[in-house]
Design a protein around this ligand. Structure first.
Ligand code: GLA
Length: 387
């Protein structure tokens, strides 16, 4: 996001609300390199921030009024009262910023209103965390403006609470933490149990590699309900195995755990995915820290197969990206994010970017699918103040 764009967002704020904003903030979307559907199992994830951001121009208010406007949604300024914010009453985009105000106030922080203008370049519905970016940018702005002194991980927890309770989506903590805490040039190795973090250098360009994001532009209708079902299935698995969360099943004890689950076929598949996926995150971290980025390719593919066959959240378009990219010479590929559509990531040699991109486009055209959007992802900065 260039300074010019921050200035444009500030100008639009001024036109809307009649005075200049007190500041402008940005928070990025993310892609997840590895560690899918592990975050609500207290496991490991490894996302990195995209250059695409949600930007907020904000001025605080003291009269209890919250005014919201988005450059990306038709319609004018929405005016609310902070004291009236009620969980799950709002089904529009405004639930994300309002939910953050609600969560901050519920946690005892004195947030007495604000004028907010938002604009985002994070593709919506593409599994790239456009909602988390909106939440985190508002949380960071209010944290600064009301002098709350909260750290990035604390803002992430409050944003997750906004999404779980206020919006009503049972998501984990990965997306909000990625948006709040990622650093340019690094992937974030995050333990979602205690939010312990390690920034792992992830400069693919220096190694002659590229990571492509392929947005399939599909979103299968049942995705939200299915997310909740997978989460419930994982919780059932943990209960049957007598652990707090599936994170507590060591990889070495997976076979014994599966045996104990007997004929619970579906739970067995979910447990196998989560336990092997946690181990894949640890393998990817070890390979990157050992300076062997090419070797993560097969681990990404294993992750995709596990999400497709055990967790069962892929879809034909995501499988088509992965299969086609691998046939065209990619080192690795997998779906990323919640599943049932959205995006896949593809690890390629720099020299193969064009050939792999063309092969994926051609395969989509041949299958009669909407053309996917393909772009290169370079690990970008986490949430920050722009002006
Ligand atoms: C969505 C959720 C995250 C995480 C991923 C799957 O992005 O918001 O919390 O569960 O799905 O890894």
């Amino acid at each position: 996001m260039s300074v010019d764009t921050a200035a444009e967002v500030a100008q639009r704020f001024t036109r809307l609300y009649g005075s200049e904003p007190e500041g402008v903030w940005a928070a990025p979307g993310r892609v997840n390199l590895i560690g899918e559907h592990t975050d609500y199992n207290d496991g490991f994830v490894m996302p990195f921030a995209l250059p695409h951001t949600a930007v907020a121009a904000v001025t605080p208010r003291t009269d209890g009024v919250l005014r919201l406007h988005s450059a990306d949604v038709e319609g004018g300024v929405v005016e609310l009262r902070v004291a009236d914010l009620t969980p799950q009453a709002d089904r529009n985009w405004t639930a994300y910023p309002s939910g953050v105000v609600w969560a901050l106030r519920e946690a005892g922080h004195e947030v007495t209103g604000a004028d907010i203008h938002l604009a985002s370049t994070v593709p919506a519905g593409a599994g790239l965390s456009s909602s988390a970016a909106l939440e985190v940018v508002v949380a960071l702005a209010l944290n600064d403006l009301f002098g709350l002194g909260l750290r990035g991980w604390q803002l992430a927890r409050l944003c997750q609470r906004a999404e779980n309770v206020y919006v009503g989506a049972p998501v984990g903590i990965m997306d909000q933490t990625a948006s709040a805490c990622c650093q340019a040039g690094h992937a974030l190795f995050l333990d979602t149990r205690d939010l312990a973090q390690r920034q792992v250098p992830f400069d693919l360009a220096a190694e002659g590699l590229r990571l492509l994001v392929v947005d399939t532009q599909v979103k299968h209708a049942h995705s939200e309900g299915e997310y909740g079902k997978r989460r419930a299935g994982c919780e059932k698995g943990a209960a049957l195995l007598g652990v707090n969360a599936l994170r507590d099943i060591p990889y070495e004890e997976l076979d014994a755990a599966l045996e104990r689950l007997g004929d619970e076929a579906e739970v067995r598949r979910l447990v196998r995915h989560v336990v092997t996926e946690d181990q894949r995150v640890e393998r990817v971290v070890a390979l990157l820290e050992a300076g062997e980025p090419r070797a993560i390719g097969p681990v990404l593919v294993e992750g995709h197969v596990s999400l497709r066959d055990d967790f069962r959240i892929s879809c034909p378009e995501l499988d088509l990206v992965v299969d086609t990219a691998l046939e065209a010479g990619a080192l690795g590929a997998r779906m990323t994010g919640g599943g049932f559509g959205g995006s896949a990531i593809v690890l390629v040699e720099a020299a193969d970017v064009e050939a792999v991109g063309k092969a994926v486009q051609a395969a989509f055209a041949a299958a009669g699918c909407t053309a996917p959007r393909i772009f290169e992802a370079v690990p970008a900065a986490g949430a920050r103040r722009l002006s």
